[in-house]
Design a protein around this ligand. Structure first.
Ligand code: 5AD
Ligand code: SF4
Length: 440
């Protein structure tokens, strides 16, 4: 038998891309590829790209340029670009960078084995269609390898919301939900392979409405089905839109023990004028009321968010409204970004905010969010939490895992194994993690 071919995948961007990269590796595994951690010994290099912010395409070109020498030494090396930059500017990539053999958009990964075979014959291959089929169902070359205790599972892709700053509706296409039976099958398979915690992924995951046995199911109904899977201990989901936060999902946060007390619910801004110009279809007030309802169902839930500062036409007063909203909500963790113009989106045409003002606002917002994050983390000291151990710590006998609230927790003198879920009392809070001790 010939030696296996080696595949190097570099993943940029969101968890959806991490999941997609795993699926691509599995699909090419069926074609005799094994993954390598270095591009130097690869027979195929795939860049799984992200287009959400800043100069993503430029990064891809400069990364590709670095492979020139490799390709000169090894003419059989195939180079592919996948992900949202591939979707947005596939033909341009092919034109500008002759090193590229293959361009594959996020909806075409199931065609990767055929595309790879074609590329091997020396052909240039590009596929950025939006086919009406479940790519993951077609990507079933799954070896039954053991897995770590946590996994992502994509349940929904694409978005119909068209926030004025965002490329996702253009790069990932319209909102599509996978049928529940396929998700459940995949979840059971993951659990058999050692997974204890599944994070359901979707650009708009709480808009999930996949086909079930009795018509379309909501995300909460799907979660309740997953709740029945023996051996699965924890369920999370991300990312949600405030307007899709249905009652049954709020209720599940209070009643489903496997559903973790953590919710990523981006608001983006606190000024109603800006929210309107962003096409968010909610107000600051409606968001705050929603958070109150969620906290009524699950008082200890940790709220996470995304923010954009310096959106076109944002004034200092608008920015203050974002700061006020943050003060009111109190975030346990958050991601904040300076607005980045995405060509082709409605906001790209509007009056841009002075970059220095945007930088200054971002700094102030991040200082507040960091302070809140710290306070929420520190407030865990003295509490008892569940911890799922993911790896050994740096010190002998130490284990590291994630709490129910997604904080990293170090436990010394820990006789538990990777994949074990334990009750832990938090004893101290450090810069980036908590320390705890096993109970009982
Ligand atoms: N500029 C800055 N941030 C953006 N995001 C999406 N598009 C842009 C953009 N053009 C942020 C939003 C979103 C997160 C995934 O990325 O906050 O929730
Ligand atoms: Fe982009 Fe999220 Fe808005 Fe959809 S809801 S357009 S993915 S920011």
């Amino acid at each position: 038998m010939s030696a296996p071919k080696k595949l190097f995948i570099k993943t940029y961007g969101c968890q959806m891309n991490v999941y997609d990269s795993e699926r691509m590796a599995e699909a090419l595994g069926g074609e005799g590829y094994v993954e390598t951690k270095s591009p130097d010994d690869a027979d195929m290099i795939l860049l799984n790209t992200c287009h959400i912010r800043e100069k993503a395409a430029e990064k891809v070109y400069s990364e590709l340029g670095r492979f020139k020498g490799l390709k000169a030494d090894k003419p059989d090396l195939k180079i592919g670009v996948a992900g949202c930059v591939a979707q947005a500017e596939g033909e341009e990539i092919m034109r500008r960078q002759p090193l590229v053999d293959l361009v594959v958009g996020p909806q075409s990964y199931h065609r990767l084995p055929e595309m790879e075979a074609k590329a091997r014959t020396g052909e240039k291959v590009l596929d950025t269609d939006f086919p009406e089929e479940d790519k993951f169902e077609k990507l079933k070359n799954r070896p039954k390898a053991k897995r770590g205790p946590t996994a992502f599972l994509t349940v929904q892709e694409g978005c119909d919301k068209f926030c004025a700053f965002c490329v996702v509706p253009y790069t990932r296409g319209a909102e599509v939900s996978r049928p529940a039976d396929r998700i459940l099958r995949e979840a059971r398979d993951l659990v058999e392979r050692g997974v204890r915690e599944i994070t359901l992924l979707g650009q708009n995951v709480n808009a999930y409405h996949g086909a079930g046995p009795n018509g379309d199911m909501t995300l909460a109904q799907l979660i309740w089905e997953l709740d029945k899977v023996d051996g699965l201990e924890r369920i999370r989901f991300t990312t949600s839109h405030p307007n899709d936060m249905q009652d049954d999902l709020i209720e599940a946060h209070g009643t489903c023990a496997k559903l973790m007390p953590y919710l990523h619910l981006p608001v983006q801004a606190g000024s109603d004028k800006i929210l309107k110009r962003m096409n968010r279809a909610h107000t600051a007030e409606s968001y705050i009321r929603l958070i109150e309802r969620i906290r009524a169902a699950r008082p200890d839930i940790l709220i996470s968010g995304d923010f954009i500062v310096g959106f076109p036409e944002e004034t200092e007063e608008d920015f203050q409204a974002t700061m006020d909203l943050v003060e009111e909500v109190k975030y346990g963790t958050a991601y904040s970004f300076k607005y980045s113009t995405r060509p082709g989106t409605p906001a790209a045409e509007r009056a841009q905010v002075d970059p220095a003002a945007a930088d200054d606002r971002l700094q102030r917002l991040q200082a507040l969010l960091t302070q809140q994050q710290r306070e929420v983390q520190d407030s865990m000291v003295g509490r008892e939490v569940g911890v799922l151990f993911e790896k050994a710590g740096r010190l002998p006998g130490q284990m590291v895992g994630k709490s129910d609230y997604l904080h990293a927790v170090h436990v010394a003198e820990c006789d538990r194994n990777i994949g074990d879920l334990a009750r832990v009392r938090i004893v101290s809070s450090g810069p980036n993690s908590l320390a705890g001790e096993l109970i009982g």
